[in-house]
Design a protein. Structure first.
Length: 202
C-alpha cells in the first residue's frame, strides 16, 4: 500500500464517524503524552498520521478483526497491530481512540462502551477516549474515572455529522484536582469527585 492509498483510506475514515485531525491533536495535547511513552490506539487508525507527524514511535493499533488494509496502514507509519485478545495482558502508558458505537452482532451498545472504558483505565495510566455523552454520568464508569478526570469536553458534536451527542474525556491516574469541562456555554473547572453536585454547577 503506497502513500496515496494510505491517505485516501485515512480521508475516507474521517468522512465517517471517525476522529478528525483537529480533534486528534486536541486529545493528544490535553493528554500530555511524552515521546518515550507507549501508546495504545483503539480502532482509530485515522489518528496514526498525526502521531507519526508528532514523532511518537511506540504505537500499537488494536482491532477486533483487523483487515489486511489495517495492517498495511499501520506498517506504512511504522506501527504495530494487535487483536483485542492479544492486548489483554499488556500494559501501555497511554490509551487513545474512538471505539465502535455498538457491537455489530448484538447491537448492545452500553455494555460494550463500559467494557472499553473500564479495560482502558486498567491497561493504561492515561486515557483519552470519545464516548457517547450520556455514558459520562452517575454510574460505574463515572465512579471509576471521576477522581482522576483531567478534561471532559462535551462540545465535540460539531466534529461529527451524526444526531447523537458525544464527548471525550482525559483520564490520568496521577492527576488530582478539578476537571476542566468544556461546553457550548463556556468552560468550567469543577471538582467532579463531588459527583452528586456536578450537574448543578454546569
Amino acid at each position: 500500500m503506497n502513500k496515496t492509498h494510505v491517505m485516501k483510506a485515512i480521508e475516507y475514515a474521517r468522512d465517517g464517524m471517525f476522529v478528525p485531525e483537529s480533534l486528534t491533536r486536541e486529545m493528544i495535547e490535553n493528554t500530555e503524552i511524552q515521546k518515550n511513552q507507549s501508546i495504545l490506539v483503539l480502532f482509530s487508525y485515522e489518528m496514526l498520521p498525526i502521531l507519526k507527524e508528532l514523532d511518537y514511535t511506540d504505537v500499537t493499533l488494536a482491532f477486533d478483526k483487523p483487515r489486511t488494509s489495517i495492517y498495511n496502514i499501520a506498517k506504512y507509519f511504522g506501527y504495530k497491530v494487535k487483536k483485542l485478545e492479544e492486548i489483554e495482558n499488556m500494559k501501555f502508558d497511554v490509551g487513545l481512540g474512538n471505539p465502535p458505537f455498538q457491537n455489530t452482532h448484538t447491537a448492545k451498545r452500553w455494555p460494550l462502551w463500559h467494557e472499553f472504558v473500564l479495560n482502558s483505565i486498567e491497561r493504561t495510566d492515561k486515557v483519552a477516549m470519545i464516548t457517547p455523552a450520556s455514558l459520562i454520568g452517575p454510574g460505574r464508569v463515572f465512579d471509576a474515572i471521576k477522581n482522576n478526570l483531567k478534561v471532559l469536553n462535551l462540545n465535540v458534536k460539531k466534529h461529527f455529522n451524526v444526531g447523537s451527542s458525544f464527548c471525550y474525556f482525559v483520564y490520568d491516574i496521577s492527576y488530582k484536582g478539578k476537571t476542566k469541562i468544556l461546553t457550548e456555554n463556556g468552560n468550567f473547572n469543577i471538582d467532579l469527585s463531588r459527583s452528586e453536585e456536578h450537574t448543578s454547577e454546569l
